[in-house]
Write a protein that binds this ligand. Structure first.
Ligand SMILES: C[S@@+](CC[C@H](N)C(=O)[O-])C[C@H]1O[C@@H](n2cnc3c(N)ncnc32)[C@H](O)[C@@H]1O
Length: 366
């Protein structure tokens, strides 16, 4: 199994000193507690208060400034101290923001992941074990009776929907500009966006190219959200909806008139390997020899930074417990294998777009 160099260095040797390994083991054992502590430190504004207090704050000052009890301020600050979010000036009894606290406060990726884990995953994750045994997202029952989270996206409670969309958009939005340079580097007049969600890539395309027509193929309830989000925006008249459940084997990809490009962004990770092969095979049937199919994914093995691979392999468990029970963040070699089984060949891979996306470019095997 190939890995990018930073990952090979981190994952192919057990080089952590024993004390650090033990500390990490305890961090895991107390995971749910430290997660909630960090979240509350953010939500109650304590981390921000500390950042804005060059002389630091005592526990009592913190309590007064954020309108909580002295008891609450003390347990939160002491937990945060041993966790590493804050440091202590021992003589003065004053707390200061530490580097990890600063990341929690200012790093947008961390904020998006934290909100996603709290609002979408936290309670459902309690049922991860059942989900893995049964191969279905048992944790999704926390939100509703759907087979997959996609069927229920439009009906999630507002904070869960907001965090889900922020998470989804954060990852894909950042790579659209660079991806568009690759896609529109070839002539494209008609583009099929499979799983186009709220239409953000479609909007990007119509802004990028003055004539391109984009068809978003997605579940019907999703297309309603897409129509609402794109209504009245420049180029929206060149964005069309095609309601379809791609999981149904009877769903065919539109063959005439031909699309020059088929786009699947953060889409195939919503399906199992067998489902991916089926979806790509049906896409291949509709492709002409000069049609390109683009797969934009965050492959965990192609990350420049180890922290990114960590995030992605954890996100896989969201698919297990909440999303659908059978998909994940894939290794790029697995995806290339599924494409090959579907009659496609990978002709290019562009790495390091946005926040760790890769763009796999495929054509029909001749
Ligand atoms: C993770 S989102 C990706 C959204 C967007 N392409 C992006 O890059 O941000 C997956 C999309 O696939 C759609 N989807 C999931 N299952 C589907 C199915 N069975 N048929 C059609 N679309 C589906 C969802 O509704 C959602 O819009």
């Amino acid at each position: 199994m190939n890995l990018f160099p930073a990952l090979e260095a981190a994952y192919c040797r057990d080089s952590r000193p024993a004390t650090e390994a033990q500390r990490l083991a305890e961090l895991i054992a107390f995971g749910p507690i430290v997660f909630q502590v960090a979240r509350i430190m953010l939500k109650w504004g304590i981390l921000e208060l500390l950042r804005n207090s060059p002389d630091g704050l005592t526990a009592d000052e913190t309590a007064r400034r954020c309108s909580c009890t002295a008891y609450a301020a003390k347990v939160l600050l002491e937990s945060s101290l041993t966790l590493g979010l804050v440091t202590l000036d021992r003589e003065a009894g004053r707390f200061h923001l530490a580097k990890t606290g600063w990341f929690l406060l200012t790093d947008p990726l961390t904020r998006v992941n934290l909100a996603f884990n709290h609002d979408v995953n936290y309670e459902g994750m309690f049922r991860l074990e059942e989900s893995l045994r049964e191969g279905r997202p048992v944790g999704l029952e926390h939100f509703g009776p759907w087979r997959t989270i996609y069927e229920g996206l439009s009906q999630l409670p507002p904070e869960a929907q907001e965090s889900w969309l922020a998470f989804d958009h954060f990852y894909s939005d950042q790579s659209f500009r660079e991806a568009a340079d690759v896609v529109f580097g070839r002539p494209v007049r008609r583009l099929l966006d499979v799983g186009g969600n709220t239409g953000r890539w479609a909007l990007h395309c119509v802004a990028h190219h003055p004539e391109v027509e984009v068809t978003v193929m997605d579940l019907p309830q999703q297309l309603d959200m897409m129509a609402a989000q794109t209504e009245g925006l420049p180029g929206a008249d060149r964005i069309h909806g095609l309601p379809a459940d791609v999981l149904a084997e009877s769903t065919r990809f539109p063959a005439a008139p031909r699309f020059d490009a088929i786009w699947m962004s953060q889409f195939l990770d919503c399906f199992s390997p067998e489902q991916i092969v089926s979806i790509l095979s049906r896409a291949a049937e509709a492709m002409a020899p000069d049609t390109y199919l683009y797969i934009l994914e965050t492959f965990w093995d192609r990350q420049k930074y180890e922290t990114a691979a960590f995030c992605l392999t954890q996100i896989s468990l969201y698919f297990s417990a909440l999303a659908n029970g059978n998909s994940k963040m894939y290794h790029s070699e697995d995806m290339a294998d599924y494409a090959g089984r579907a009659g496609l060949e990978v002709v290019e891979i562009h790495d390091n777009l946005g926040h760790g996306h890769s763009l796999m470019v495929c054509r029909r095997k001749l």
